[in-house]
Design a protein around this ligand. Structure first.
Ligand SMILES: C[S@@+](CC[C@H](N)C(=O)[O-])C[C@H]1O[C@@H](n2cnc3c(N)ncnc32)[C@H](O)[C@@H]1O
Length: 465
């Protein structure tokens, strides 16, 4: 095939006008183009037979140019047009075959003729992918965004930046339920892990609500952390608990671990903590929205290290004492679960567990309950490495912090690929009582807070247009 022919075969006959290329401000009228559509007129009463029995889907116009449909009214009473995609019925042979297929069901006596219907396709008809392809300079693509409630947040490569307002206007017009489009900084560096937002289009309203595994989560998206990519992880970890679990979330955000855990698993004890007062505020709102009794979750607003040393330790001892005086001894064994989803920093909280029970009387400490810690972290490499290197690195990072004679990591779950050469893991540690009662390590200087690239690799895009 000649280069020209090959090029022609990949170019659609239905495209927005060439004049829109390079547009930086949305002008909807510029997307209007007159097109000739191949159609066959049929009796309206035959529509059911044709659409059910004749395999025309590969040839019809399809749903991409909504509101244009496969069948539309003809100007004549009692007649309809079947609308075909001009790219798909270019050959006479194909047209002939379609007529034969239809006659087989409708009868040979039917007159079925190919006609041309002139129509205007407008901004309404083009999907976002076609619009971006037509507008952006050749070779430059824009294909992904994430949506949290009514808010769409975009990341842009440098070459797409001049077109960001146009892209935002298009998304605002095209994506259902979208009222606000924001750009987020590529790197999340602030302590509360929320995003610095720049409004690109729509209302400046960042209070939104979403559903995750059937629960309601309301938040001010500009002030708290939320990432819908973690929904499976929230479900996975909260699914590990049962009605005897003792659950502590040291960096709980607005509650995606503790709320489903409380509602679905009914643990015997739940305590949640976050350093960001806004997270705590919205967590409390979400407790109410999901009809959870306020006293089911004890909520704190402090640094996770302090939470571990002061709140968790005292709470466990209190529960141990309570159990030792209780008459109910046939209950299944409890387990302690501490979740720490602050992957850029949480390994630095691990030393806080060493010796955490030392201040308590030995008779207060029943050693029956297993301590599980779910420590999130990023394993990164500066060079290409084999896939299994990342898990080894995740384990090494934990071992370096626990400084125990054996590794306390019992499992490493790969959560997601954050960017090239950066994997997010949930390292699960089992802490022995010898560790919980050991001499604490000298305080290390405060580790710097790492950044978290918010640009996703193409394989993990949340919503690809
Ligand atoms: C990556 S977010 C995860 C939030 C939530 N667990 C989730 O899965 O959506 C980390 C959370 O840790 C909180 N945080 C940051 N530094 C903290 C600290 N030193 N102690 C406790 N929480 C902290 C942030 O405010 C943020 O809500």
């Amino acid at each position: 095939m000649s280069i020209l022919k090959r090029l022609m075969s990949t170019m659609s006959l239905l495209q927005p006008p060439k004049a829109v290329r390079g547009m930086e401000k949305l002008e909807k009228d510029a997307f209007r183009v007159a097109v000739d559509l191949p159609v066959i007129e049929i009796e309206a009463r035959d529509t059911g037979i044709v659409t059910r029995r004749v395999r025309l889907e590969p040839y019809l116009i399809g749903h991409k140019l909504k509101p244009l449909k496969n069948t539309i009214d003809s100007e004549k009473e009692g007649k309809k047009y079947l609308v075909f995609h001009p790219d798909k019925v270019q050959e006479d042979e194909t047209k002939q075959k379609i007529v034969e297929m239809m006659k087989r069901e409708l009868g040979d006596e039917k007159t079925l003729k190919w006609e041309t219907l002139s129509k205007d396709l407008t901004f309404e008809n083009w999907d976002t992918k076609s619009i971006f392809k037509a507008v952006l300079p050749e070779g430059i693509e824009y294909s992904s965004y994430t949506q949290t409630g009514h808010i769409i947040h975009c990341n842009f490569a440098d070459e797409v930046l001049p077109f960001r307002h146009l892209i935002a206007e298009v998304l605002l017009n095209k994506v259902s339920n979208c009222k606000t489009v924001v750009q987020k900084g590529n790197i999340i560096t602030n302590v509360y892990r929320n995003l610095d937002l720049e409004l690109l289009a729509g209302e400046e309203n960042y209070v939104t609500e979403i559903k995750e595994t059937g629960l309601r989560f309301k938040m001010d998206f500009s002030k708290v952390y939320w990432n819908s990519r973690l929904s499976h992880e929230h479900e996975r970890v909260s699914g590990l608990f049962n009605n005897q679990s003792i659950v502590y979330d040291a960096c709980c955000g607005i509650g995606p671990f503790v709320l489903p855990a409380t509602l679905k698993k009914k643990p015997r004890r739940v305590m949640a903590n976050d350093l960001n007062p806004e997270s705590v505020k919205w967590l409390k709102v979400n407790v109410g929205l999901n009809k959870i009794k306020e006293d089911r979750i004890e909520i704190h607003n402090m640094d996770a290290k302090l939470f571990i040393k002061e709140k968790i330790a005292a709470d466990v001892i209190r529960l141990m004492k309570e159990e030792s005086t209780s008459e109910e001894s046939t209950k299944p064994e409890s387990q302690i679960h501490v979740v720490m989803n602050l992957p850029a920093y949480a390994v630095n909280f691990l030393p806080a567990f060493r010796g955490v029970l030392r201040g308590f009387e030995s008779e207060e400490i029943s050693r029956k309950w297993k301590w599980n810690v779910y420590c999130y972290l990023f394993a990164k490499s500066h060079v290409d490495v084999p896939d299994d290197w990342y898990e080894g690195e995740a384990r090494r990072m934990c071992d370096e912090k626990t400084k125990w004679e054996t590794s306390l990591v019992v499992k490493c779950h790969n959560v997601r690929t954050v960017s090239s050469r950066k994997e997010m893991f949930c390292a699960q540690l089992e802490l022995p009582y010898e560790f919980l009662l050991a001499e604490p390590l000298p305080e290390e200087p405060e580790a710097p807070l790492e950044s978290e690239e918010s640009v996703e690799p193409s394989c993990k895009k949340m919503k690809t247009i």
